[in-house]
Design a binder for this molecule. Structure first.
Ligand SMILES: Cc1ncc(COP(=O)(O)O)c(C=O)c1O
Length: 414
């Protein structure tokens, strides 16, 4: 399973056996394949090349390691930031400001006015956030809730009912009228309805709803949208038996909506912006951790030195990652609960996980660890976050030092 291959009976990442990395750097470590990230970028870009004007803005929240951002920037991708810090980092990395969107929610007056003063393009979460802005914005864009949403879990569904994000089409229309009255002449419009969607049909439905809303607003307010930003959500398989999202089909589905005469005629020419996060990086990394316990109580537990402070996705949403034991390619499978070192019974990386029974000191591979892992991590229990390593062919670069006690305690004052 990506990004690994098996050669001579061993797990490899690019040209390097995983066991060499464990011998050299210990565990836990997060290991990325650069070529996998580039493959993902190319696949995504090729799919959307059927649009005459398309820009992919990588959602920085998925993984903000500056080295990862650098790869995306060098390969022509823009950035979508969730707040001033992510926006500042994107600028620091060297993303062209014209290719940075900021899609925040619940910012303070100061944070919003900072973004406007620094001339960032902001997709305002709603009309109330826009009312906090003191100076005229260069371009006004608002996040629409198109009334439908889909995500792998409830916790990552951001459109439809019970969403804290966005505003209704009616309220958005009033906000565009207000912006026009405020003298704004440039406009965009945004939606993002959920994450890890593997069904190409959903993108057809959500973009059609969005295009219809955009068309009505554009016509009734008398404005032209420079861009239509349809957000992220492009899914990746977390299990070997699940198929990749057909990203070509996703792009074709979106395009087919634009061919409809009632949509096509009224929107005129615009830039299509997408905000892929997970799609670009999730399958590029694995976590290598040590098996520190194999224990039978009423259930079969495996203990490891990877905890939910680093990987919260299972505890938070019930996310199901794939696991294997490094270099153990045959044997009898048994089902395990995989747990870490944190003092919480919810510190589980997965349950009901089929594994060839490990021995103490074996190495556990956690797949699909490139997105929403380190960027959602913490230091609960003073547990450190792992070292991160980027592999490029046979080259190895440390791209994050592991936490240690002084680095964790650094911000505390006594
Ligand atoms: C506004 C916005 N855009 C893009 C994304 C990226 O989503 P994904 O990683 O599913 O592509 C998110 C993620 O939550 C988001 O909130």
């Amino acid at each position: 399973m990506k990004p690994l291959s098996i050669k001579e009976g061993k797990h490899f990442i690019e040209d390097i056996p995983l066991s060499d990395l464990v011998d050299k750097f210990g565990t836990p470590i997060i290991v990325y394949s650069k070529s996998q990230i580039i493959e993902n970028i190319e696949k995504f870009r090729k799919a959307f090349s059927i649009f005459s004007d398309h820009e992919a803005h990588y959602a920085v929240k998925a993984n903000y390691n500056p080295n990862i951002l650098e790869i995306l920037k060098q390969n022509g991708i823009g950035a979508d930031a969730a707040n001033p810090n992510e926006a500042k980092l994107a600028v620091q990395i060297g993303f062209d400001k014209k290719m940075i969107t900021v899609t925040p929610n619940n910012l303070t007056r100061d944070e919003l006015n900072f973004l406007v003063k620094e001339k960032f393009i902001v997709n305002f979460d709603d009309e109330i956030q826009y009312s906090l802005v003191e100076n005229k914005v260069d371009l006004f864009s608002i996040r629409i809730n198109p009334g439908i949403g889909k995500g792998e879990f409830k916790g990552i569904t951001t459109g439809g009912k019970n969403s804290k994000f966005g505003t209704s089409p009616d309220k958005a229309k009033l906000a565009y009228e207000k912006a026009k009255k405020d003298g704004v002449e440039r406009f965009g419009i945004h939606m993002h309805t959920g994450s890890n969607v593997l069904d190409p049909q959903f993108f057809k439905e959500s973009s059609l709803a969005f295009f219809k809303i955009s068309k009505i607003i554009s016509k009734e307010v008398g404005i032209r949208f420079e861009y239509l930003d349809i957000g992220g959500g492009y899914g990746v398989p977390y299990q070997p038996y699940v198929e990749d999202l057909d990203i070509d089909r996703v792009a074709q589905n979106i395009k087919s909506n634009l061919m409809l005469p009632e949509i096509n005629e009224s929107l005129g020419s615009f830039k299509l912006i997408t905000e892929p996060g997970r799609f670009m990086v999730a399958n590029s990394a694995v976590i290598l951790s040590k098996v520190t316990n194999v224990k039978k109580t009423d259930r079969n537990f495996i203990g490891t030195n990877l905890s939910f402070n680093t990987m919260i996705r299972h505890a938070l949403y019930g996310a199901k990652h794939h696991f294997e034991i490094m270099d153990k390619l045959s044997g009898k499978y048994k089902k395990f609960i995989i747990t870490g070192q944190a003092c919480e019974n919810t510190d589980r990386l997965g349950e009901n996980i089929p594994l060839i029974e490990p021995r103490l000191d074996d190495v556990l591979i956690t797949y699909t660890a490139g997105a929403y892992i380190t960027s959602m991590s913490s230091n609960y229990n003073l547990l450190g976050r792992p070292m991160e390593i980027l592999v490029d062919g046979s080259k190895v670069k440390i791209i994050r030092k592991p936490d240690d006690l002084p680095s964790i305690l650094g911000p505390f004052l006594t």
